[in-house]
Design a protein around this ligand. Structure first.
Ligand code: ADP
Ligand code: MG
Length: 388
């Protein structure tokens, strides 16, 4: 009996679509591999949760490894200073690749950077180091990160590798100081581009471009690429390809139903693929039908409802009032004025909950001050709450 190939909440077995985005990353890597030089400015993919940022970066990482890169993956988080996480990840990547720079200087560098920007793991220390970073000029950290990345990249190349590929997921969690150090470092490395065979790609929530631009004026020179939901063709591929690998097919009716229900949202495609599969419990050679989709739907809806509840529960009272006013205004794009009116306050008074909810990825800006919910069905869920 083949096993369920769908991956709600995990990196997909097969990345559907995203050819354009993969080509852009490959362009950076090709420059590093071919000329041994810096692969251009920081490339930042931004989108709400569940759209596929981590999946894209993981696929790019796999491709880079095949192309001879040493890759360092950093999952940025507020619990840990980002710069020391970078130092650790780069250090580990070089050790695994047996490409640690010669001499004792390297170890010292790693340790100094780790100490300078806070010891990882310990929350209290992280907070202390964040406060210090706000007052101390970050020049020392820039210098250290710069020589760390330079030495690491040059060493990979010196050991016959294509270069160093640094991937920074969840970059929106970095503090302004950390972003500033990172951007200044990459800027400096660009000044001697031919000496630095390195490419850096990041992903974060939709606030990331703005946060980077605020952190350093030249942050805006980064390459910002927004990720959208999958097209209908790519959505079908996301369903068909994993099943096909297990010898299972979809009827056209079943495919159409899931594509419509998910609206191209990758997490929902995986969730509905998974619940349909479990409802069918298929043998090799069988087909997933509309009846299976329908039988799986309640399970998928339960899962979504749990996510809605978790997001609602994590919102402050003020944020909940914001969400209720927004939900009352409808499921599409909602104006600032409509939300303020629903809350009975001036539209300037809603900035704080609005920013916080965007940061949390519950809502996203869609231009001209409009916002919308990121998770399908969330508005309906809020309208159904009695205490909202
Ligand atoms: N291109 C894709 N093809 C198939 N599934 C995808 C794709 N992108 C994302 N997914 C699925 O969508 C869900 C969310 O992906 P993830 O990369 O974690 O999103 P994000 O990092 O933006 O929150 C996961 O279940 C993943 O398997
Ligand atoms: Mg992610």
């Amino acid at each position: 009996m083949p096993s369920n190939p769908y991956t709600p909440g995990q990196v997909p077995r097969i990345l559907a679509g995203r050819a354009v985005e993969m080509r852009r990353i490959e362009g950076l890597l090709a420059r590093v591999a071919t000329y041994g030089e810096l692969g251009g400015p920081l490339m930042v993919f931004h989108a709400p949760r569940g759209i596929g940022k981590t999946s894209l970066l993981r696929a790019a990482q796999r491709g880079a490894v095949e192309a001879g890169f040493v890759t360092a993956w950093v999952a940025c988080s507020r619990q840990q200073p980002v710069l020391s996480a970078i130092a650790h990840s780069v250090g580990r990547a070089l050790e695994r690749a047996d490409a640690v720079p010669a001499g004792t200087r390297w170890r010292g560098q790693l340790e100094r950077l780790t100490v300078e920007v806070g010891l990882p793991g310990a929350k209290v220390q992280a907070e202390v180091s964040r406060k210090e970073a706000a007052t101390a000029p970050p020049h020392a950290a820039i210098g250290m990160l710069e020589s760390l990345l330079h030495d690491a990249a040059a060493s990979v190349r010196g050991h016959g590798g294509a270069g160093l590929f640094l991937l920074l997921d969840e970059l929106h969690t970095a503090s302004a100081d950390e972003m500033s150090v990172l951007l200044n470092t990459l800027q400096n490395l660009d000044g001697e581009r031919t000496e630095n065979p390195l490419a850096t790609v990041a992903a974060g929530l939709p606030v990331t471009p703005e946060a980077l631009t605020r952190a350093a004026t030249f942050g805006e020179r980064s390459t910002f690429v927004s990720l959208d939901v999958l097209s209908d063709d790519d959505a079908r591929a996301a369903l068909v390809a994993p099943a096909e690998a297990e010898g299972v097919t979809w009827t056209d009716g079943a495919l159409a139903a899931v594509v419509t229900e998910s609206r191209g949202y990758p997490y929902l495609l995986q969730l509905l693929g998974s619940t349909t599969w479990d409802a069918a419990d298929p043998d090799t050679g069988t087909r997933l039908t509309l009846a299976h989709v329908k039988r799986g739907l309640p399970v998928a809806r339960d899962q979504l409802a749990a996510m809605h509840r978790a997001r609602w529960g994590a919102a402050s009272r003020l944020e909940q009032r914001f969400l209720a006013a927004m939900a009352a205004a409808g499921d599409g794009n909602v104006t600032r004025a409509a939300i303020a009116a629903g809350m009975g306050v001036d539209s300037r008074a809603i900035s704080v909950p609005r920013e916080r909810l965007i940061e949390k990825g519950v809502i996203e800006p869609v231009g001209h001050g409009l916002v919308r919910f990121t998770l399908p069905g969330f508005g309906q869920f809020v309208r159904g709450l009695e205490d909202a």
